[in-house]
Design a protein around this ligand. Structure first.
Ligand code: C2E
Ligand code: MG
Ligand code: MG
Ligand code: MG
Length: 286
């Protein structure tokens, strides 16, 4: 070790830190400066109309490259950002950047209709969220009906808390999507009471289609229920053509997943939106 080699104090100090400071503390302090140090980036994943093979939207997915620890999954750092209240600034940065980028694509002639943004429960329930969102949106010049807000069941657990906010956002013109449907503490009550536009079927159900009869039944039931409730339904985590066929036969509205494209950096998706999604491509036999 550095100590045995009579290393400098700096090395000795680093060794001790490594022992004492947990990954969590390291991530927490890193998170504070991640934006100003340019470590955050947004990837985009196409959302594709199931029966037309046309990109209808893109979902913005946050990426963080920690200088020492490498790529950190949002599954790990979003909860940390929520605990430390950093979700406010990080969430706003993401919305701002994604909206500007999306407005830019539209100005260049991209035919994509909507941008999906993931909104954490803490951010959604923060005082003044609709107003903050509105003012960020206005700077981009986008119309609110272009924006889909993806929220999870943890948001909607307390209906008395989230319903007024959802109504306010709907009045402003935003679309609301219930993400990861079927995982959390799902209650059909939500679907009755909340002003939702879209349901997203969690990828855990899609993953075992078409092998598991139970998962097939669940996916089919969610699609039918969504259609009866006049909601659009988006399937996430579509990795195989068999899964896509299954969704096509049952008329799911749209899907996303590695089969069509993983989340990709800005420049890559803009190629897709501006060239591949052009009418020429759509008319080509597939
Ligand atoms: P999510 O919103 O449910 O996003 C879907 C996740 O599935 C993404 O993981 C995506 O990369 C991944 N995925 C897409 N296609 C496939 C596929 O075919 N197979 C598999 N196995 N996975 C696929 P990611 O990007 O790691 O994000 C994880 C979660 O982190 C998201 O789940 C979302 O809840 C959260 N998240 C990501 N970006 C943001 C953000 O900007 N703000 C907030 N609040 N949360 C975010
Ligand atoms: Mg999502
Ligand atoms: Mg999801
Ligand atoms: Mg998910």
């Amino acid at each position: 070790t550095a100590k045995e080699q009579g290393g400098t104090q700096v090395c000795f100090y680093t060794d001790e830190i490594n022992q004492v400071i947990s990954r969590k503390v390291l991530l927490e302090s890193g998170l504070r400066t991640a934006i100003e140090r340019n470590e955050m980036d947004i990837f985009y994943q196409p959302q594709v109309l199931t029966n037309e093979n046309r990109i209808v939207g893109v979902e913005a997915l946050l990426r963080w490259k920690h200088p020492k620890l490498g790529m950190i999954s949002p599954v790990e750092f979003i909860p940390l950002a929520e605990e430390t209240k950093l979700i406010g600034p990080i969430g706003e940065w993401t919305i701002d950047r994604a909206c500007r980028q999306f407005a830019h694509w539209l100005s260049q002639g991209a035919e994509v209709e909507q941008l999906s943004l993931n909104i954490s429960a803490v951010q959604f329930l923060q005082r003044g969220f609709p107003t903050t969102l509105w003012s960020i949106l206005k700077k981009s010049g986008l119309s609110p009906d272009r924006i889909v807000l993806e929220i999870t069941e943890s948001v909607v657990q307390d209906t008395s808390l989230c319903l007024p906010i959802m109504k306010e956002l709907k009045e402003m013109g935003f679309q609301l999507s219930l993400d990861d449907f079927g995982t959390g503490y799902s209650s059909l009550q939500y679907l009755k009471e909340l002003p939702l536009d879209i349901m997203k079927i969690d990828k855990s159900f899609i993953q075992s289609v078409p092998f598991s009869d139970k998962d097939k039944a669940i996916v089919e039931t969610i699609i039918n229920m969504a259609s009866l409730l006049d909601l659009k339904v988006v399937a996430e985590g579509v990795e195989t053509v068999e899964q896509l066929r299954f969704l096509q036969e049952r008329h799911a509205t749209a899907y996303q997943g590695y089969w069509y494209s993983p989340p990709v950096p800005e420049d890559k998706i803009s190629e897709n939106l501006l060239i591949e999604n052009s009418p020429t491509h759509l008319n080509a036999p597939s």
